[in-house]
Write a protein that binds this ligand. Structure first.
Ligand code: SF4
Length: 337
């Protein structure tokens, strides 16, 4: 099996051929046999200490994939391995110690924090759930965490509504690192924030990564944001990985969909902007995925074979660069960024 990942690395997380569907709710007379194909056969490896960015338009399955990694959703089939151990079918009880080593930072700091809890209680809660330390030790830990994420000790008794959006995300991050995890899955962690604050949160995540040797999976719809933090980038379209590449190869992407995502990133030079091919049309329904290459209805380079034959993920260029497209030779060698 070809993994959408780098070879010869110590992986912390590995997923093999993961599938997840949801039933479409039935009409007036009951159930429907139709299914939403949210994740459609994804294999990925994540190396210890790296940041893997997962990017795609809304509805491409990237959030579902993030929840599957943590087993907050159950896959229909496939395997999830954490440090080589198969955790796909572990009971919730056996999963507990693994869970404490994998944490999540959520998309919306406005919605993900309990409005009735003070900042200190929010950060302390996972320590209580996992029975870590005495009350005094936990209190000290909370103060250290507040400092680590750039908040003040006096913030400990404030409620979420008393903070700005960026400060709320700092609380979410403090909570996520409270158990000293090895892996953090951050789902659109900056997309609800002003551009000026986005950079601050990304810098905070980078400095925490260095300090604690964290591994990140950073999920976003925004290729520019993803490229600011990632070592490798995986591009998802309609539940599949269509390209994976080192972030240093951002302007040498091979798949027309990645090219289109890149073209959507604004640049100040209008001459370069005109050379780009923006994405046309909407994402097709995940209930009826197009045949052959699922990107063919929107692809400017499609040929007859694309309607019927699904392109395999293959190495294109450097050993860590893989993409699934019959005609990567048609994509410009260098995309202006
Ligand atoms: Fe476009 Fe064909 Fe490549 Fe799919 S396989 S991305 S339709 S050129």
């Amino acid at each position: 099996m070809l993994f959408s990942g780098v070879k010869n690395m110590t992986s912390i997380l590995e997923i093999e051929n993961l599938f997840k569907t949801y039933p479409v709710s039935g009409g007036f007379f009951g159930g429907s046999k139709l299914k939403v194909h949210a994740v459609n056969g994804v294999s990925l490896q994540v190396a210890k200490g790296e940041t893997l960015g997962i990017v795609g338009e809304s509805g491409c399955g990237k959030t579902t994939l993030g929840l599957l990694f943590l087993r907050l959703l159950e896959p229909d089939s496939g395997k999830i391995l954490f440090e080589g151990k198969d955790v796909t079918h572990l009971s919730q009880r056996s999963l507990r110690p693994v869970r404490s080593r994998m944490q999540m930072v959520f998309q919306d700091p406005y919605a993900s924090l309990n409005p009735r809890m003070r900042a200190g209680e929010i950060i302390e809660e996972p320590l209580i759930i996992h029975k870590r330390g005495s009350a005094k030790q936990r209190q000290n830990e909370v103060m250290e965490l507040l400092d680590l994420v750039g908040l003040k000790e006096s913030d400990v008794d404030k409620y979420p509504h008393e903070f700005s959006g960026g400060q709320r995300q700092r609380i979410g991050i403090a909570r996520a690192i409270a158990l000293k995890p090895d892996l953090i899955i951050a789902d659109e962690p900056v997309s609800a924030l002003d551009v000026s604050i986005q950079g601050e949160i990304i810098n905070l995540l980078k400095s925490l990564q260095q300090k604690f040797n964290l591994t990140y999976i950073f999920i976003s719809h925004d290729l520019k944001v993803v490229s600011q933090i990632s070592d490798r980038i995986a591009v998802m379209y309609l539940g599949k990985i269509v390209e994976t590449f080192p972030a240093t190869e951002l302007n040498h992407v091979k798949h027309p969909y990645t090219q289109a995502l890149l073209s959507a990133v604004p640049i100040p030079d209008p001459t370069l902007q005109r050379k780009r091919k923006p994405l046309e049309g909407d994402v097709p329904s995940q209930v009826k995925i197009p045949s052959g290459c699922s990107f063919h209805p929107r692809c400017p380079y499609r040929e007859e074979i694309c309607y019927t034959v699904e392109p395999p993920l293959e190495q294109k260029g450097s050993p860590d660069h893989i993409a699934s497209c019959h005609f990567t030779n048609k994509v410009p060698k260098e995309i202006p960024i």
